[in-house]
Design a protein around this ligand. Sequence first.
Ligand code: DAT
Ligand code: MG
Length: 168
Amino acid sequence: MAIEQTLILIKPDGLIKSLTGNVISRLSEAKLTIMGAKVVRVSRDLAEKHYEHLREKPFFEELLNYIMGDVHKTYRVLALVYQGEDAITKIRDVVGETDPEKANPVSIRGAYGRVTRAGVFENVVHASSSPEDAEKEIKLWFMPDEIVEDLYPIKKITLNNVKQTVWA
Ligand code: DAT
Ligand code: MG
């Protein structure tokens, strides 16, 4: 068993449906440690980088509109970092399968997700699917100072006379 990190996003449908509390309660079943949390207004650049691996998919534009909040007219996402033994598998089990209609009904996606008529999966949460993805995603969504421990190597830089800590 390895100590892993994972990035969770409560997506705009989760926020507009007031599911934040429910989702965090369900995530706590995994008995992991929360390392970071913040509300983010998602830019197109961030959305494109986060879903880079799906760039060629027919639903890519819809996916960007969804995560940026254009679909639900609520322009925020709650980003969370958790750490613990087998964090990725444990969280993915609580979260459920990608397609809300196929997800276990007691999982977060099974209980709260839906498939739109356009075929988009509004599945309430994102959860990292491998340690490599988790590292890439955590570094993309969080600055080192926003996480209570340095989960990955950092470096100090000076930009316009301001000292900053960034991922190495
Ligand atoms: P996951 O979010 O379970 O890691 P993924 O990384 O393959 O799944 O895809 C990211 C998101 O893209 C997913 O949460 C919902 C959407 N998506 C994936 N496959 C889809 C499909 N076949 N039809 C519609 N939306 C899809
Ligand atoms: Mg994924």
